[in-house]
Design a protein around this ligand. Sequence first.
Ligand code: AHG
Ligand code: MN
Ligand code: MN
Length: 335
Amino acid sequence: MQNRIVTLDEFIIHRQKEVPFASGELTGLLRDIGVAAKIVNREVNKAGLLNILGAAGSENTHGENVQKLDLYANEKLIECLRNSGECCGIGSEENEEFIPVPPVDGKESKYVVVMDPLDGSSNIDVNVSVGTIFGIYRRKSEPSGPVNAADFLQKGEDLVAAGYVLYGTSTILVYTTGRGVNGFTLDPTIGEFCLSHQNIQIPKRGNYYSVNQGYYLKFDVEMRRYIDHCSDENYGLRYIGSMVADIHRILFQGGIFLYPNTRKYPLGKLRLLYECNPLGFIVEQAGGRAISCYLERILEIEPKELHQRATIAMGSPEMVDEMQAFVQKYSTLPV
Ligand code: AHG
Ligand code: MN
Ligand code: MN
């Protein structure tokens, strides 16, 4: 498959053939997400032209300012998933409740999708990379009825597939179904995602750490000690403010991404279902680690609510090990 262009669709179908008794439903769902990503990409790229930039004038369920493009991406993804016929429910960062999807042409489907339709929305207005994150679970409820909360409140380790799209200098879709991580760059001239990064392996260590250092004084002492260590070691600081973009860099160059608890966000800011689990699954599949700042493996956390937040430390395995050692060493100190 090396010497010619392999499109995302071809790759997904090729992979399906390797799985005995695969029904093609997951394949279809992944393809539909790829189509939705192209539609969102089109809007992201012409955002400045269409006066689509700026706040939509409403707040999402987390009380954050919603950008117009967040709404657009959310609507487009929901529309594609509704029409897909391979998805029976959607949990979105932008919707308070999960969205049941009725069968298309009477066909029952067994997958639910969780997503952050537009990650890094504070960067939209200033032409900095943003992304889309998604995770796919097999439903737990009976296929004949509507979905329920338990279908969404599954641990990250139960993910069937996860991926992200980064609308960056080029647009890239990265996904895993638990058998390695592969990346596909959008060739705008032919409108196809083409295999560009096969079997991505995260470096064991990197030279960068990624954290909002502006909150340094609001972090617990063990986290401050670890950040001091990063600085002592002369690691460079890189923080984009779009988690997808920071994790993408770390997948290729190594490093660690941190979003610890702060006084404003005592449970962490990032969402377990929509951000931490899908990206944690990808990072682990690439040979990295993803843990909370309380040292639980992210993928083993049992979600209790749809919009649950988590603290996060993920990236190169040896750097996460090191951060864990700092927490174990210093967390008994008084703050
Ligand atoms: P979203 O745009 O989906 O709300 O996510 C933003 C997230 C994440 O992408 C980023 O790493 C983090 O919030 C930035 O938060 P701070 O500005 O607090 O550092
Ligand atoms: Mn986000
Ligand atoms: Mn978002």
